[in-house]
Design a protein around this ligand. Structure first.
Ligand SMILES: O=C(O)c1ccc(O)c(O)c1
Ligand SMILES: [Mg+2]
Length: 637
């Protein structure tokens, strides 16, 4: 379908917004009046500039508080409308959005509203313009699409039609199932937005917390499906009012927005079609985005760290404390492979490589992840269809070229192929004895990332669209220095789990990780074991430094979970944290951060435990903060 976006959805000046919108791939824009008022230059220039960028101007909005007023006010409104029609003529906008009246003086009389809108439609017709009438969910009288439709039907003028907005329909608790019975040719425009369910009034939610489809809790795919069932085949347009996008870079927002519409189309395409509606099924096939299916991900094949000559040695020492063995060296590059169980860690200090440039910006850090998939090329195709940039690393003679993309945060995601025998390990001279040794740590349980404020929703959408991951329930964690918001994305088999964390305050562990890194990045990797007590003993014996947990914590969990004294003592002595949900248990401990950047977590899941120990996050973050303090105190001595 044709795709458009309202200029209010992006930050910046009008020209900047248009450039970002065009660059992201949109076909058109809705121009918000304020953007025009603040534009310093002739309106005709905006029209020409949009045309040069290949964008149509689809709509001008909003025209407020028009219908159901006194005769006197109506006359003034018509004068006001004529001024806007002239402006629309210069702008080349064919359609004006009139939103339902929110004033205090609105007649309880649909006939009056219809008569006044008829006159507006007549005036619009003289200018070869059209009017679209939209119900705001907080309108004084008209709040629903069906009420707006009854009025439009009464007006019965070819120059007035209905504008639908998913937000207004879905934010109200009302049944909206009759939407699919509207006549599609009388729908002049369709606006789409999502929102989280925050228990606010629709007005507050709408003005501050709208999000792109797929980023909130509303059934926008079901809404689009109903719209298609009407026979509507016009433009779909995003209209977001959001405190976050108002301050985010417009180019990133526009890319995120465009991805959300494609993802929405894919989801709407997958919804079941009612049997009687063969034409809807056909239209879906033609109109809706159809990327390759998401990959089946069997796990993390390897994690790649960027290091330099100095940090390589202490990092390798940390890996050895965790029980990793050096498995081999790369055939042509300054790259080493470490492993135990199914875990593979690549340590890269090759000069002039992607890892080297990543290191320059981020220091020692995770620069790439490799995901094992059922079909690596299909995974790459899907990622590219969703606008991810392909990554081509340097490949030596007889070495494997692994399909890869840049993640939204700038690191690399490789796709390895479970079915293809040629594996990345063939690029290494492997020591078979080291690879065969028994392991205490078996696989990667989860990879947690810290993101800059404002990046949570876009990042969740990236992983949903590109990798087919699904978001888990959001949690808010209390760090001693501020709140951290977290949402994990994972695959249905839970062989890939990625908690994504953001912090609005500057001093939390999450925010410090972002600032120390110079941007988004992995702040911890959780490794699974089948025997956490043996793992704790063995790590300690190898010299690993474990994050100390205050003893008060253990009094609390004994009270909460009724643990027996022996088990409690074992947990306490090993600084192991504990959580339980139903029959499922979660035991976990942490290493001290490596150069204040990232750390490892060792976890054991028992009996189908499916989360991340969120109740223990505050004690972990407090312990990390305390560790930072004592390091500083020591330095100051
Ligand atoms: O918040 C508003 O006033 C407003 C204006 C125009 C719209 O299309 C809308 O959905 C909301
Ligand atoms: Mg709207």
């Amino acid at each position: 379908m044709r795709k458009s976006i309202a200029t209010v959805s992006l930050s910046g000046r009008l020209i900047e917004k248009l450039e970002a919108i065009a660059a992201a791939g949109f076909d058109g824009v809705e121009i918000f009046e304020n953007d025009l008022l603040f534009h310093d230059g002739p309106v005709r220039d905006v029209r020409r500039y949009a045309a040069d960028l290949g964008l149509t101007i689809d709509l001008f909005q909003p025209f407020r508080d028009f219908e159901g007023v006194s005769d006197e006010q109506h006359k003034r409104n018509l004068v006001r409308a004529e001024r806007k029609f002239d402006l629309m003529g210069e702008l080349g906008a064919p359609l004006m959005l009139v939103c339902s009246n929110v004033g205090t003086d609105v007649a309880d009389d649909d006939g009056r509203a219809a008569a006044q809108l008829f006159e507006l439609a007549e005036r619009a017709a003289r200018h070869q313009l059209k009017i679209g009438y939209e119900a705001l969910s907080w309108g004084t009288r008209v709040r629903t699409f069906d009420h707006a439709w009854r009025i439009v039907e009464t007006v019965n003028h070819p120059h007035i039609g209905l504008i639908l907005d998913s937000f207004h329909t879905l934010a109200l608790p009302d049944d909206w199932s009759s939407l699919r019975n509207l006549p599609g040719q009388r729908i002049f425009f369709v606006q789409l937005a999502d929102a989280p369910r925050l228990g606010m009034t629709p007005l507050t939610l709408s003005r501050h917390f709208r999000s792109f489809p797929g980023q909130g809790d509303l059934d926008v795919p079901g809404f689009l499906q109903a719209v298609l069932a009407t026979g509507y085949s016009g433009t779909i347009s995003l209209e977001i009012f959001s405190d976050e996008t108002r301050s985010a870079p417009p180019r990133l927002t526009a890319e995120d927005a465009f991805r959300s519409l494609r993802f929405l189309e894919e989801q709407a395409r997958k919804q079941p079609v009612r049997q009687e509606n063969a034409s809807e099924a056909r239209r879906r096939r033609v109109e809706l985005f159809d990327p390759p299916p998401p990959p089946v991900i069997s796990g993390v094949r390897f994690v790649e760290f960027a290091v330099d000559q100095r940090s390589e040695r202490p990092f390798a020492a940390l890996l050895e404390q965790l029980g990793f063995r050096h498995l081999g060296r790369h055939r042509s590059k300054e790259v080493s492979l470490f492993g135990q169980g199914d875990i593979r860690i690549v340590v890269n200090r090759e000069p002039d490589s992607f890892a080297a440039s990543y290191f320059l910006v981020h220091g020692p850090s995770v620069c790439a992840l490799a995901l094992e998939t059922d079909d690596a090329l299909a995974a790459l195709g899907r990622a590219e269809a969703y606008g991810a940039a392909r990554f081509d690393g340097r490949v030596g003679p007889n070495e494997l070229a692994i399909p890869a993309i840049r993640s939204d945060a700038g690191s690399v995601i490789y796709f390895t192929d479970r079915e293809i025998a040629a594996d990345f390990e063939t690029d290494f001279e492997i020591d078979p004895d080291a690879a065969a040794l028994p392991a205490l740590l078996t696989r990667i349980d989860h990879i947690a990332q810290a993101l800059p404020d404002g990046q949570l929703d876009p990042s969740v959408l990236f992983y949903r669209a590109v990798l087919g991951l699904e978001p888990e329930a959001p949690v808010v964690l209390a760090d001693p220095y501020g709140l951290v918001r977290s949402k994990a994305v994972s695959n249905p088999e839970r062989t890939l789990r990625m908690p994504l964390n953001i912090s609005e305050s500057r001093n939390t562990v999450t925010a410090r990780s972002v600032s120390n890194y110079g941007g988004a990045g992995v702040h911890h990797i959780a490794l699974a074991t089948n025997d956490i007590f043996a793992a704790a003993t063995s790590l300690k014996a190898r010299g690993a430094v474990i994050l100390p947990i205050p003893v008060n914590y253990y009094d609390d969990i004994q009270a909460r979970f009724g643990l027996d004294d022996d088990r409690l003592a074992m947990l306490r002595d090993a600084n192991i944290l504990y959580d339980r949900v139903g029959d499922g248990e979660f035991l976990h401990f942490y290493t001290m951060p490596f150069e204040d950047r990232f750390y490892f977590e060792i976890v054991q899941r028992i009996g189908g435990y499916d989360s991340y120990g969120a109740p223990n996050a505050p004690v972990r973050m407090a312990a990390l903060a305390a560790g930072r303090m004592s390091a500083r105190d020591l330095a100051e001595l």
